[in-house]
Design a protein around this ligand. Structure first.
Ligand SMILES: [Zn+2]
Length: 88
């Protein structure tokens, strides 16, 4: 797993583990930990995270933590768990 040295806050790799293209990852499905609701945010995965609520739809929820996140690669169209991109 490559380390992103220039970004000390980086939590996630921006390289697809399947086709090894970079910058082509989209968070396509998450479950809100607060209420178990599934969301399909279609939001870009950045090295320091992603915005699960770009529209502000869930601004009333204090806890935006998510689980069971799925990421899609827009190059090879594979989907895989966000955990596979975690930088150790
Ligand atoms: Zn890919």
């Amino acid at each position: 797993m490559p380390q992103t040295k220039q970004n000390p806050d980086a939590q996630w790799a921006d390289e697809c583990p399947r086709c090894h293209n970079r910058g082509c990852l989209t968070v396509c499905e998450v479950t809100l930990a607060a209420n178990g609701r599934k969301l399909y945010p279609e939001t870009p995965l950045l090295p320091d995270g992603f915005d699960v609520d770009p529209e502000g739809e869930f601004s009333s929820l204090r806890d935006h933590s998510t689980e069971d996140e799925l990421v899609r690669c827009d190059k090879c169209k594979e989907t895989f768990p966000l955990d596979e991109l975690a930088i150790q």
